[in-house]
Design a protein around this ligand. Structure first.
Ligand code: TXE
Length: 499
């Protein structure tokens, strides 16, 4: 973050990207391309090829070859760890450049993008250690004649489909763990934010990753994403995106019963008790809904607050949101940048209109912000929200917070669980019993007590209910990308079957 000192300028012409197969950059050639305009400035910044199904087949073949010949899957784990550690070093040395392209395509503040790249380097370092500690089990208790082993093997070729809200962070919460397990990858980034996924290909090659182990095919979800989930030669797909598309992935994966990892939507509660440090909680709640313009699957979009402090707390949160610095993502001082896609911008504004129509009381924000160019929305807080309203039930994926009061701990838990999702939750209280009860009873894959959105390579990510399947990161993250094999070994002579 310290290196982000001056505002960088916009590129004069869009940067042209190819795609990446078998260790080589492939040019777009005759293919059509997506031109990406910076959502914060509305100028063209990148061009990305629209790949075809044939391109995908080529990439899957390269990944399959690389997996089967053992150039990566069968080398000693220490050598895989070396590559991952070198990649981390290169990531750190190119952090400014990666953050710049991430900001241009996504619209997030440059200082945040920079911090995310540092976090990504940490993921590679942690996964390098996991490559070496991954192990199975042994059974020495099966009697004199039998010895049992359980081994872990890499699952094979992994398809990785990622979204636009954290293009590089979500990628790096997965890639190092998949590679640490010994698998090979075909990645498909979101069509609007592909740059840093392609830049990672160069970085991994420079770090010594053998050709064919990390391939990137760019293109739309309906063509390339769908073809990946249907592909008979992909062993597992890790998908991060909407619950609706996640459901489609489940249907498409049946062809070869490929394993699926799914991180989907969320409508995450922030439960605030009257005994919390309200100043601290208000700051956390503002951060939980404002960070990344609320375009986070784990953003705290439902504020469930004890009635006795509800009105005071609502004012505290509104005061915090009013102070947040919103604007040009390239300004190092910016805390909230642009809305990433025009479709998402429309969705958020529609939900704000719906909140008004449904009778919720607008406390602050409530519309677009005009900075002369780009698309920006003011952090918005609705009070007097009921559990039946759309703004309380549906994932908005924007800076819109719905406030609902509660009277008892049991009611707070019931309200928190009143959703089809179960991705994340936060509880704010100075009472340890309440904190633990709520943590145990609310059904969510990630939990925060007196903080929110904290993360790192050690703790796993993933959801309960319709927020997904499986876990990424942590030791669970590498295990997801392995198959388990059990081995019975006869010692001496078998008891004959035929006498
Ligand atoms: O997501 P999609 P979109 C939620 C959020 C947002 C909504 C829509 O509520 O408003 O989803 O966003 C690829 N088969 N989240 O439309 O379509 C697509 O190319 C396979 C939550 O952008 O789910 C991209 O790479 N893949 C979320 C990825 O899926 C397909 C993050 C995500 O796009 C596909 C983003 C298909 N048929 C949005 N169709 C989170 N959990 O963080 C599209 N894709």
């Amino acid at each position: 973050m310290d290196q982000v000192v001056a505002r960088q300028s916009l590129p004069d012409t869009p940067r042209i990207f190819g795609f990446f197969v078998d260790g080589k950059r492939m040019e777009a050639g005759e293919r059509a391309y997506f031109e990406r305009r910076s959502p914060g400035h509305d100028v063209p910044v990148t061009r990305i090829p629209k790949c075809t199904r044939e391109d995908l087949d080529l990439a899957v073949k390269a990944a399959r070859r690389a997996f089967e010949d053992g150039r990566w899957s069968r080398i000693p784990a220490v050598e895989r760890a070396d590559v991952l550690l070198r990649a981390a070093q290169i990531l750190r040395s190119r952090a400014g450049e990666l953050a710049y392209w991430e900001t241009l395509e996504n619209g997030k503040p440059i200082s945040q993008a920079r911090a995310e790249v540092d976090g990504c380097a940490g993921m590679f370092e942690y996964a390098a250690g996991l490559a070496r500690t991954l192990h199975g089990d042994a059974f020495n208790n099966l009697g004199d004649g039998m010895f049992g082993l359980v081994t872990r093997e890499p699952i094979g070729v992994v398809g990785l489909i990622t979204p636009w809200n954290f293009p590089f962070l979500i990628l790096c919460e997965r890639v190092p763990y998949i590679l640490a397990a010994g698998c090979t990858i075909v990645a498909k980034p979101s069509e609007v934010t592909s740059a840093t996924t392609l830049m990672l290909a160069e970085i991994l090659s420079e770090a010594g990753l053998p050709d064919g182990c990390y391939n990137v095919v760019t293109g739309s979800g309906s063509v390339i994403g769908q073809a990946m989930t249907e592909h008979l030669d992909i062993d597992m797909v890790s998908f991060t995106g909407s619950t609706a598309v996640g459901r489609r992935c489940v249907e498409a994966a049946g062809g070869n019963f490929k394993k699926l990892g799914l991180e989907l939507g969320g409508k995450n509660p922030q439960i605030v008790f009257a005994d919390a440090d309200l100043e601290d909680a208000a700051d956390g709640v503002a951060f939980g809904i404002g960070f990344n313009t609320g375009q986070c699957c784990v953003s705290g979009s439902r504020l469930i607050v004890e009635r006795s402090v509800a009105s005071e707390f609502e004012k505290l949160v509104a005061a915090k949101l009013a102070k947040v610095r919103i604007g040009d993502p390239l300004d190092p001082a910016t805390q909230i940048g642009a809305i990433t896609t025009t479709a998402q911008n429309r969705t958020i504004l529609d939900y704000i209109a719906k909140g008004r129509e449904e009778g919720a009381r607008l406390v602050c924000g409530g519309g677009a912000l005009d900075f002369g160019r780009g698309q920006y929305i003011a952090p918005t807080l609705f009070a007097d929200v009921t559990g039946a309203m759309a703004i309380a039930r549906e994932e908005i994926f924007g800076p819109v917070l719905a406030v609902m009061p509660f009277d008892s701990e049991a009611e707070a838990i019931a309200m928190a669980n009143d959703t089809v999702y179960g991705l994340a939750a936060s509880v704010w209280t100075k009472n340890i019993d309440k904190a633990l009860n709520v943590t145990r009873r609310v059904r969510a894959g990630r939990f925060w007590v007196n903080t929110t959105l904290a993360g790192g390579p050690e703790l796993p990510l993933g959801g309960f209910k319709q927020s997904g399947w499986g876990r990424e990161a942590g030791s669970y993250g590498i295990e997801e990308y392995t198959q388990i094999k059990s081995v019975h070994i006869e010692i001496g002579k078998r008891e004959p079957w035929v006498r």
